[in-house]
Each structure stands twice: as C-alpha cells, then as structure tokens.
Design a protein around this ligand. Structure first.
Ligand code: GSH
Length: 206
C-alpha cells in the first residue's frame, strides 16, 4: 500500500496530516517548499494548481483539503472518521464539512484581505457575512459535543482546524464556544502527534 502526503508544515497540509494520523495508517510525508518546488511540472501533474496538500493513495490522487479528509474517512472505515453511508448523521457530516470548506474558508480569506462585503450584497455572497457565518457555527458547536452524530468525524477535524487557525491569525475573534470546541478536538492524541511532527519540520520549511 502506498500513501503519500505532499505538504509543508506552514500550510493547510497540517490538517491533512492530522487526518492521516487519525486513520492510524502508516504514510509518507513529502515536504515541498513554497515556490519552484510546488510549480515544478512533476508536481503540477498531480495538482495543476501547484498547491499542497496533495494525497496519493495507491494511484489515486486527491487534492483539496476537505476532499482529502472525506476520502481518507471512506478509505479507512475502521478508523470511524465519518458516519457510515446511509446513516442520518451523514447529513450533518456533509453539511458542516462543505460549510467549512465553502462559506467559512471564503469569509476568513476575505477578512484576511480586508475585503468587505457591502451589506446590500450579502444575499449574493455565499457566506452572507463573516459575523453570520460565525454565529451559525457557534450554535452548531454548542448544541452537541460533535457536529455529526455522537462521534468525532472529519467534519469536526476540518472545522476545528479552521477555527484554530482563524483565532490564531486574528481572522476569527475568539468566542468561548470556539475555544472550548477547538481545544477539545485538538487535544486528541492524533492532533497532538500531527502538530509535533509538523512543528519539528518548521525550521526546515520555507
Ligand atoms: N483549496 C485548497 C487550497 C490549497 C492552498 O491554497 N494551499 C496553499 C498552502 S495553505 C499553497 O499550496 N500555496 C502555494 C501556492 O499557491 O503557490 C485546499 O483546500 O487544499
């Protein structure tokens, strides 16, 4: 079995590494530096965007962090990282995974670029406003311990990683519900292992 993650410790690749650690499956991490290494033809053959993370699993290539997480959950079902297909919890699982990959990602990116949505355009913008997006997420993480059913899933991993990055880099104002949720998720042994591995690589990364 071949399982390779192309990543950089200063990137969304940290989320994919956490996901790999949750599966408990051995994998190889190949570190790419920003710049020419990510734009080299051999790497662009895997991801024409020239971006990381990229996952290669037995000849299958997956890009887009949320897709990598969903793929891993399905490829390694014994790790129980997604509600089984057909279960009612599959609904909120998809809902929050896509909500974080779409509205939340867009809203926090715009915030970091100081791009303001005029209130009269909120109906046209998928996330409406960052404040509304965060209010909805605050409710979601407050009502139940996990987003989808009674167990941790890749939706939690992805949302917690984004909330954690957002609060750390100032795009998301800390709220007690977010702090409680992210610290619960990020204290999982797989998250701690992944962070340790990536932090150790930081001095070599650019
Ligand atoms: N939509 C992609 C975004 C990937 C992305 O933007 N990766 C950044 C690092 S976090 C990157 O590779 N940037 C290098 C570049 O564009 O040259 C995902 O969710 O995985």
């Amino acid at each position: 079995m071949s399982l390779i993650l192309y990543t950089n410790p200063m990137s969304r690749g940290r989320i994919a590494r956490w996901a790999l650690e949750e599966t408990g499956t051995p994998y190889e991490a190949r570190i790419l530096q920003y710049g020419p290494e990510m734009k080299a033809p051999a790497f662009c053959a895997l991801n024409p965007m020239g971006k990381i993370p990229v996952l290669c699993h037995d000849g299958v290539t997956v890009t887009e962090t949320a897709a990598i997480l969903a793929y891993l959950a399905d490829a390694f079902p014994e790790a129980r990282l997604a509600p089984p297909p057909g279960s009612p919890a599959r609904g909120p699982y998809y809902r929050w995974l896509f909500f974080a990959a779409g509205p939340l990602e867009s809203a926090t990116t715009d915030k970091s670029l100081n791009a303001e949505v005029p209130p009269e355009k909120a109906a046209f913008v998928g996330y409406g406003s960052l404040a509304l997006t965060l209010d909805v997420l605050e409710q979601a993480v407050s009502v139940t311990p996990y987003l989808a059913g009674d167990e941790f899933s890749m939706a939690d991993l992805y949302l917690a990683a984004h909330l954690g990055f957002g609060m750390r880099f100032g795009n998301i104002a800390p709220r007690p519900a977010f702090q409680d949720y992210t610290s619960r998720m990020m204290s999982r042994p797989a998250a701690v292992r992944a962070n340790t591995l990536d932090d150790e690589l930081m001095p070599k990364a650019s």
